[in-house]
Design a protein around this ligand. Structure first.
Ligand SMILES: Cc1ncc(COP(=O)(O)O)c(C=O)c1O
Length: 406
């Protein structure tokens, strides 16, 4: 007679061992241990660290938005909204995008989510599957590739270089499209590079993708943080139909309210229906009073954004100059967001250098490896911090870098 253990093995049931008390989903293997964690943990144990590593606005959320949030709570707006989002917010978003991009939209083209993170999570979850390849610029925001892999999809990185301002060459993207390519993920302005793709790049990629039946998923969270006098090219303004595109964005960066967690996806009505189904099984609805804060943000005009952009621009100008004065760093002119991603000489291990920089002079940046495979010899500098801190950081960095032998 089989003992209990053999019986279970024969039935294919795994016997838990002491160190295997909980079996994690294999999908979790696709999620990397964040490269930045080692740095942040170390920084937390140190005194006098200057952070050039911050990924959220250092400005306060504008007063009228905070007031609307508090007012919504006081007015008892604490229940669920419709799963697609608060009707008033859907209407404001529809009007706003129609005016900004000239595209006819209805409220049914929009789904309100818990930040752009959920928007991208939904967009990737409804489309990634085994056998489907996603083209993703490298470096890029570390959310996309793991989510594609978690759903069994394949990632094909499209490397970009500091020497070319991290611009995407549309021909390179088109050449990379093949029979297995299912979607392309774009993010302009980009985190970590601050690169803004010109309308010609967006147009060429979106049109070729539509021609080949490839989807374009566009993360546009930094769309308002454009630091030069140029037209922002949203995928929404360059697509002939909504069937092949999903545009994700949020209030987090433009209105300095990342903790309020309100974002959205825009697509065809059919795609939005599919996303809504998934949304019901993830977060159900976005935070209700925060959606009212979003209504106030859209009704309140862009003056508050312009003030922030003016300050980001002042810092960007200074940071670009300081990077150019720093030995071994190759910079460029980032036109959006609040990041620059300079490179070090080829074959330099940017992670080791960043770690030593933190240990020896207390300046914390984010190593390039956190953002992809092709930029190990880089690090991300965020200028979402005061000009004073920026000056102090480079006063430490410039002489320290001069002593390195790279
Ligand atoms: C490119 C990019 N997409 C999405 C997000 C997440 O945005 P949200 O706070 O709206 O979820 C971030 C946040 O850093 C980001 O940099």
């Amino acid at each position: 007679m089989l003992d209990d253990k053999s019986e279970k093995l024969n039935k294919g049931l795994k016997i838990p061992s002491d160190d295997d008390a909980f079996e994690w989903s294999p999908a979790l293997r696709a999620l990397p241990v964040p490269g930045i964690r080692r740095m942040v943990n170390l920084a937390a144990t140190m005194k006098d660290v200057i952070h050039l590593s911050i990924g959220q606005p250092d400005f306060k959320c504008p007063g009228h938005i905070v007031e609307a949030h508090v007012e919504a709570l006081r007015a008892g707006e604490t229940g669920y909204t419709m799963d697609a989002g608060l009707p008033e917010l859907l209407t404001e978003l529809q009007k706003y995008y129609q005016k900004r991009t000239g595209r006819e939209l209805t409220e049914d083209n929009i789904l309100v989510t818990t930040g752009a993170t959920e928007a991208m999570y939904l967009a990737i979850s409804v489309s990634a599957a085994p056998g489907r390849q996603f083209l993703i610029p490298d470096p890029c925001f570390p959310l996309y590739a793991p989510l594609v892999r978690m759903h069994g999809g394949e990632v094909k990185p499209i490397p970009t270089r500091a020497e070319h301002g991290h611009q995407l060459d549309p021909q390179e993207v088109i050449d990379a499209m093949g029979p297995r390519t299912f979607a392309i993920i774009l993010n302009s302005p980009s985190n970590p590079t601050g690169t803004v793709y010109p309308p010609e790049t967006i147009e060429a990629i979106v049109q070729e993708a539509a021609y080949q039946g490839i989807k374009v998923i566009s993360d546009e969270v930094y769309d308002h943080l454009i630091l030069d006098d140029l037209e922002y090219a949203s995928v929404l303004g360059h697509t002939s139909d909504l069937d092949h595109v999903m545009i994700a964005s949020s209030f987090s960066k433009s209105y300095a309210m990342p903790g309020l967690r309100v974002g959205w996806v825009i697509s065809s009505q059919g795609t939005i229906k599919m996303l809504r189904r998934y949304h019901m099984f993830t977060t159900t609805v976005a935070n209700t009073p925060a959606q009212w804060a979003g209504v106030a943000a859209l009704r309140g005009g862009n003056q508050c954004i312009e003030e922030m952009v003016t300050e980001y621009r002042r810092r960007r100008d200074r940071v670009v100059k300081l990077v150019s004065e720093t030995p071994y760093l190759t910079g460029y002119w980032p036109q959006g967001g609040f990041f620059i991603f300079p490179s070090l000489p080829a074959h330099t291990n940017g992670s080791n250098l960043a770690l030593r920089m933190l240990e020896e002079i207390g300046v914390c940046v984010v190593p390039g490896e956190a953002f992809g495979e092709s930029c190990i010899n880089s690090f991300r500098i965020s200028y979402s911090t005061s000009m004073d801190k920026i000056e102090q950081a480079f006063e430490r960095m410039i002489p320290w870098m001069a002593k390195q032998e790279l």
